[in-house]
Design a protein around this ligand. Structure first.
Ligand SMILES: Nc1ncnc2c1ncn2[C@@H]1O[C@H](COP(=O)(O)OP(=O)(O)O)[C@@H](O)[C@H]1O
Ligand SMILES: [Mg+2]
Length: 322
């Protein structure tokens, strides 16, 4: 459906491209990045990513942006291999430029330009050509991301969600088989986020969309597969259902007195502490199945799964998002 819509829009340029997308696979092998100052941002990342949406979930500093910049050909890795559809993209970055759409974490816009002028400028930079002319293509892309109504408005008047959609418009120009979006939902309000989710999920029907985020909800809403990355390493590659399944029957919740929180932290793996009606509701993961006294079994969430993987017994955090 999306494919035919894109054909109608003149965004699919060749049969070959279309064919390749059918078998899209991105293979990352033992990728290492040591920055000139000596920071090791990636410590041997290995991942195989197929068509559809793939989430890269990890806290700040985990190495997500570093990995995405390398994939986008903007940064050279220290060592490692990356193949897209069996072709080495590190030795031939042009190969990926033609097939890649990239929405960086810090996307720079010229605030005084209109959305239409900004997009035109970005397409020129990207070297995108269109048989029916750039003006036509810009109009089509704005339509595709629901921004036609704001085409002549200045970018500085755009909301966060509108800016991200404009960023997506440049990323999908040329109909790339691989789209990389780096923390695209940060700062969006719930309604804008939902809208953006729908756009991304539509785009992932017939290509690889690699989404990095520190927001667990992004993954549970969008990603049939995801990896957890921490300190430059993949600590888990799983699916939301599988991750939840592993916690089933091992997650417990109880109200804990403020003075007793330390004892709970020291003896159990606390996934979250939720404040409800002024009381601390602690959730603990107990792989052996035994709960702390007074705790009862609860249904796990993907947040519990994420924190059960990234946190340890004895680690004090004191809240959901800390
Ligand atoms: N240009 C740089 N020079 C040196 N260190 C960097 C640079 N960019 C990022 N880092 C470091 O690399 C690590 C990973 O950063 P980054 O890839 O931005 O993580 P994330 O996107 O997951 O927050 C961090 O320790 C960060 O401080
Ligand atoms: Mg980042």
């Amino acid at each position: 459906m999306i494919g035919s819509r894109l054909v109608a829009l003149g965004l699919i340029n060749s049969r070959k491209n279309w064919f390749m997308k059918g078998f899209a696979v991105l293979v990352i092998e033992n990728l290492v990045k040591v920055y000139p100052g000596g920071v090791t941002a990636l410590q041997g990342i290995g991942l195989e990513i197929e068509r559809g949406m793939f989430g890269l979930l990890g806290p700040n500093g985990a190495g997500k942006s570093t990995l995405m910049k390398i994939l986008a050909g903007l940064l050279e890795p220290t060592s490692g291999k990356i193949q897209l559809n069996g072709e080495d993209i590190l030795s031939d970055p042009q190969l990926v430029w033609r097939q890649l759409g990239y929405l960086p974490q810090d996307f720079g816009f010229y605030p005084h330009l209109s959305g239409e002028a900004m997009l035109t400028y970005m397409l020129k930079l990207k070297g995108v050509e269109s048989p029916r002319g750039l003006k036509h293509l810009v109009a089509e892309l704005l339509e595709r991301v629901n921004l036609s109504f704001a085409a002549s408005r200045k970018v500085k008047e755009y909301s966060g969600g509108m800016r991200q959609r404009l960023g997506i418009a440049q990323a999908i120009a040329g109909d790339p088989g691989l789209i990389i979006v780096d923390e695209p939902t940060t700062g969006l309000d719930p309604e804008e986020r939902l809208r953006f989710y729908h756009l991304l999920s539509e785009l992932s029907q017939d290509r690889i969309v690699l989404l990095s985020t520190h927001i667990v909800e992004d993954v549970s809403m969008l990603c049939p597969r995801f990896a957890i990355i921490r300190q430059g390493q993949v600590v888990k590659r799983t699916t939301p259902s599988q991750a939840l399944g592993e916690l089933e029957g091992h997650l417990f919740e109880g109200v804990v007195d403020r003075n007793d929180m330390d004892r709970i932290y020291q003896s159990w793996l606390v996934t979250q502490v939720v404040l409800f009606e002024g009381k601390n509701h602690a959730r603990v993961f107990s792989p052996e199945g035994a709960p702390p006294e007074g705790f009862t079994p609860v249904k796990p969430t993907l947040e519990d799964a994420y924190f059960s993987i990234t946190r340890k017994v004895g680690e004090v955090h004191g809240g959901v998002s800390s």
